[in-house]
Design a protein around this ligand. Sequence first.
Ligand code: 13P
Length: 252
Amino acid sequence: MRNVIIAGNWKMYKDMTATAELIEGLKSRLTSLPPRVTVVICPPFTSLAIAGTLLKGSPLALGAQNMSQHDEGAFTGEISWNMIRSAGCEYVILGHSERRQYFGEKDELINTKAKKAIASMLKPILCVGETLAEREQGITDRIITAQVRGVLSGLTRAEMSSVVIAYEPVWAIGTGKTATPAQAQEVHQMIRKLVSQIYDWPLAEQTVIQYGGSVKPDNAAELFSQNDIDGALVGGACLKADSFAAIVNAAK
Ligand code: 13P
């Protein structure tokens, strides 16, 4: 059975006080996890250090929402792999559709960041997803194929053991419109097949492919019951301890 990873992408929410509150709420609700279930929280950069401290000794892992492709230097406003690692991060979300849409990130840059993350012992959560217009034009497969090939370009089989893929249809993010379990499963199966073509079946079988886009406590269990859905990347519903814990419990 594949591992399951539930990650909470806090986006630009929660100052340090609110971070501490939410983490305490999560720690009291999620005291133990089955070995195949990993839970990652991804607060904003300013909250990573306090989150790292508060999470010590808990079963919850820490991730960042982005990082620079550079090691260090005169890059005003950027944050390096070393900075997020020293705060306690094990994961980093790369290529989220909001980074693509508002900050112009392209597959090539996301691929460069992914290589940097893996070389720095971080596990990248690589996001792909089509827009509503692309889905309506019937080109979802083509878009997802190009994105997956682009973000994985040149990664070795060994490097792939650190990679998590997150399928997040842009039209389902923050809209309350979840892809139906069947719609999500169809794309997840396609991504897994593509990974098997680029690498091989044993590797594709192990690759964790998360679904993201309006995942809520009341739709999580049905999404997780699909063969190729291995957890979730949660936005809005991860900002409250009750709802995020309920989503995690649906995966147990
Ligand atoms: P929502 O769960 O708010 O739709 O956000 C999904 C997302 O973008 C997670 O990265």
